[in-house]
Design a protein around this ligand. Structure first.
Ligand code: SF4
Length: 447
């Protein structure tokens, strides 16, 4: 069993910080499979946060969401193991997400949000301990100064629907530029350049510190990664690290659905009702041109396999289309092999897996290709026309286009699903085959 260096971190639960600051990479021994599995679990948490934020969830909903996904993916029966997992997974993902500016930006935002909501769930004693760990140079306001400001602090509390501060309330006096979000929302009393931050608002202070520390750390990690780690670890960690940022975290759709086989005669109808836009587009192009290039054949072919089209039917389906363009003989010679190959009947006999949204979105179709994700690869005009053909109305269309402009392609697809099926899809769309299955379920529940 391979492992990645040194000793376990926390053996004794008395020493466990409930929310680590990830100041420096720990000297740890980690089994190689844990290195990857821990990172995938943390990634599930960060992805859930990303979905929640882009869906516009409110702060209290986000707090509950973060708590639930953290318990589901990161909790261990032993507190010390949870902390080890927390720290290991954070540092593995630092390596994964330090490598480009886009990756750094995403990781920084999601980790900061995660830290914020975890901090908010700490009790006030733990929050104070956390502030002490940050070594913040702020002092709490003394009782004489507090007496002089009591009236004003009470007014601010009233204006934001907070209870009036009690006699022993703690406020911190902080240069106002260090709490920009409190200032912007007028949630804090400012006097002579200082903001008076209540104990229940200190999250803003620590989050700013956390973010700035992590942002610098990511740049340093990137330097180390490019100068040494990538080369030293090229056979062991580098392939894992490089695959993690695009890894798909949902179920495997390589086997046809249990609930049934799909027959060729039904394809036209289910393509209209239940295919996501990427597959609908490929299907229509195939019917129109009687041909698809390699990328399109792979994307659609594997999807159809996952949907439940058996090998014999797949061969008949592709043959019927392609032979109109290239003739039956050429189809058998040049194309039938790769269809059998997709079903694991040729070559290495691997059963190939239908592509996930992440894989499709990150593909780079060239001129004449029809694969890829329309939410990412179509022009604005073509996307609007395609959505309208799917039955997306004017109002939903603007919501979808808004997500596309912000590069939330899977969320745009989720909103499309919701508009077309008039039902919600809380888990979000992560895989074209998931879209298909959810669509069939939604239609069955209404029939
Ligand atoms: S988000 Fe996924 S399912 Fe939707 S169109 Fe893009 S690749 Fe297809």
């Amino acid at each position: 069993m391979q492992s990645v260096r040194a000793q376990r971190l926390h053996q004794n639960s008395d020493q466990i910080p409930s929310l680590p600051l990830y100041r420096s990479a720990p000297a740890l021994e980690v089994r190689l499979e844990d290195f990857e599995l821990f990172a995938i679990d943390r990634l599930r948490v960060l992805k859930a946060i990303s979905d929640g934020l882009s869906r516009g969830k409110k702060p209290n909903e986000m707090e509950n969401l973060v708590n639930d996904v953290w318990i589901a993916h990161m909790r261990h029966a032993q507190a010390s193991e949870s902390v080890n997992k927390d720290i290991i997974s954070h540092f593995v993902l630092r390596l994964v997400y330090c490598r480009t500016e886009d990756l750094r930006k995403w990781f920084l935002s999601m980790e900061t949000a995660l830290f914020r909501y975890r901090f908010m769930r700490l009790n006030s004693e733990d929050q104070k301990a956390q502030m002490a760990e940050f070594n913040l140079p702020y002092k709490s306001v003394g009782s004489a100064e507090y007496e002089g400001l009591k009236e004003k602090l009470g007014q601010v509390a009233r204006s934001i629907n907070q209870p009036l501060p009690s006699a022993d309330a703690i406020f911190y006096k902080v240069p106002f530029e260090e709490v920009p979000e409190l200032v912007a929302c007028r949630k804090v009393y400012i006097h002579k350049g200082y903001a008076y931050v209540a104990m229940n608002q200190v999250v803003s202070l620590v989050v700013t510190q956390f973010r700035s520390h992590l942002s610098k750390a990511l740049i340093l990690t990137n330097r180390k990664w490019t100068s040494t780690i990538r080369e030293q670890e090229k056979d062991r960690l580098a392939p894992i690290v490089e695959a993690l940022s695009t890894s798909y975290l949902g179920p495997d759709y390589s086997q046809p659905r249990e609930s049934g086989e799909i027959k060729i005669k039904d394809l036209d109808q289910i393509a209209k009702s239940s295919f996501p836009l990427c597959m609908r587009h490929l299907f229509e192009k195939l019917k129109e041109d009687h041909h698809l290039k390699h990328g399109g054949r792979m994307q659609l072919g594997l999807f159809l396999k996952g949907v439940g089209l058996k090998l014999e039917d797949a061969l008949a389906f592709w043959r019927a289309e392609f032979s109109q363009k290239v003739g039956a003989e050429r189809f058998e010679k040049e194309y039938a092999y790769s269809i059998r190959h997709n079903y694991g009947k040729e070559g290495k006999r691997t059963d190939y897996t239908p592509y996930s949204c992440q894989k499709i979105i990150s593909s780079t179709p060239s001129v004449g290709d029809h694969h890829g994700c329309p939410f990412r690869h179509f022009s604005d005009e073509n996307l609007r026309a395609a959505l309208s053909r799917m039955g997306v109305g004017a109002r939903a269309m603007e919501d979808v286009m808004d997500k596309v402009r912000n590069r939330h392609y899977q969320l745009a697809c989720t909103l499309t699903f919701e508009a077309v099926h008039s039902s919600s899809c809380d888990a979000g769309i992560n895989h074209p085959n998931q879209y298909f299955i959810d669509s069939q379920k939604s239609m069955q529940s209404k029939s």
